[in-house]
Unconditional design. Structure first.
Ligand SMILES: Cc1cc2nc3c(=O)[nH]c(=O)nc-3n(C[C@H](O)[C@H](O)[C@H](O)COP(=O)(O)OP(=O)(O)OC[C@H]3O[C@@H](n4cnc5c(N)ncnc54)[C@H](O)[C@@H]3O)c2cc1C
Ligand code: FES
Length: 258
């Protein structure tokens, strides 16, 4: 059952500059990597990854425009609309795996770190532009023995992109698979690094979504519906997508460069 439900926000946390987590009760099973369509009354409905999937569900919002600013301003006790969960989530790999999150994409991969019952088989690489945008590091450390961080400006951890950090990690240790979410340019170069090291991956993609449930076609990339066939795809599936890392569709369905 994934119809529309209006829920009361019961917890609100500021995670970093312009990044807010809202939590609410929702009696539905959610898998790591799935997303909700979140309705902000009077404003819009937007896709948001599930950043908490236990009894208390949650979303973590980065303010970019009208809907995300309105969502960030919702107060504890106020109501929001939730449809979903939607999409194909992350599958737990057999053996040791590496989870990579870039920017707000970290929120989407946190449940994939926590799905491992054995903290010694899940390693983590988290990357942000600067330390104030690095979210959920402590939460990741509770679920994994090996968490590395990178910042583009060198304000914390490895100085450079999370892709260069992952390249180093893949040189030192073997993994059965890599799980990732982040900006598409980051995923584009991450896929190259995975191919270089011969590691299969699961990556979560973002496209413009309207229905969120496979009906309207607005989120299509190379014939695949990101909302229903994804948002998580295997690296070898993404490698065949000509639009990946190059172009996306805007609100009107026009193809625009990434
Ligand atoms: C599967 C999925 C999961 C996502 N998870 C998160 C998350 O966990 N946290 C988070 O902060 N953001 C997430 N996003 C992005 C988020 O949906 C957009 O930032 C948001 O819709 C912007 O709306 P706005 O009105 O604030 O900004 P606008 O000013 O309307 O748009 C700013 C930019 O956001 C993107 N965008 C706008 N509307 C949509 C839409 N309906 N679908 C997809 N992209 C859109 C476009 O690139 C647009 O250029 C996710 C997107 C997808 C597709
Ligand atoms: S958003 Fe409508 S088909 Fe994906």
């Amino acid at each position: 059952m994934n119809g529309n439900e209006v829920v009361r926000v019961i917890d609100k946390v500021s995670e970093g500059r312009g990044i807010t987590t809202l939590r609410f009760e929702l009696d539905r099973t959610v898998r790591p990597g799935q997303f909700f369509m979140v309705w902000v009354p009077g404003v819009d409905e937007v896709p948001m990854s599930a950043s908490y999937i236990g009894k208390l569900k949650g979303i973590t919002v980065r303010e970019v425009g009208e809907a995300t600013k309105a969502l960030s301003s919702v107060k504890v006790g106020e109501m929001i609309g939730i449809r979903g969960p939607y999409g194909r989530g992350f599958m737990q790999p057999a053996g040791r795996y590496l989870v990579v999150g870039g920017g707000t994409g970290i929120a989407a991969v946190l449940p994939a770190i926590e799905m491992s019952k054995d903290r010694s088989i899940v390693d983590v690489a988290l990357g942000a532009r600067t330390s104030s945008e690095l979210i959920f590091e402590e939460r990741a450390r509770k679920a994994s023995d090996h968490v590395m961080v990178s910042t583009d400006d060198g304000s914390k951890g490895h100085h450079g992109t999370v892709v260069s950090l992952v390249d180093e990690m893949l040189s030192k240790r073997s993994y059965s698979q890599l799980i990732a979410c982040g900006p598409e340019k980051m995923l584009f170069y991450l896929l190259e690094v995975c191919k270089k090291h011969g590691v299969e991956s699961q990556m979560s993609l973002e496209r413009f979504m309207k229905c969120g449930s496979g009906l309207c076609g607005s989120c299509v990339i190379d014939g695949r519906r990101v909302c229903a066939d994804g948002p998580v795809f295997l690296g070898r599936e993404i490698d065949e997508m000509k639009e990946f890392g190059r172009s996306k569709r805007d609100e009107a369905g026009r193809s625009v460069p990434l």
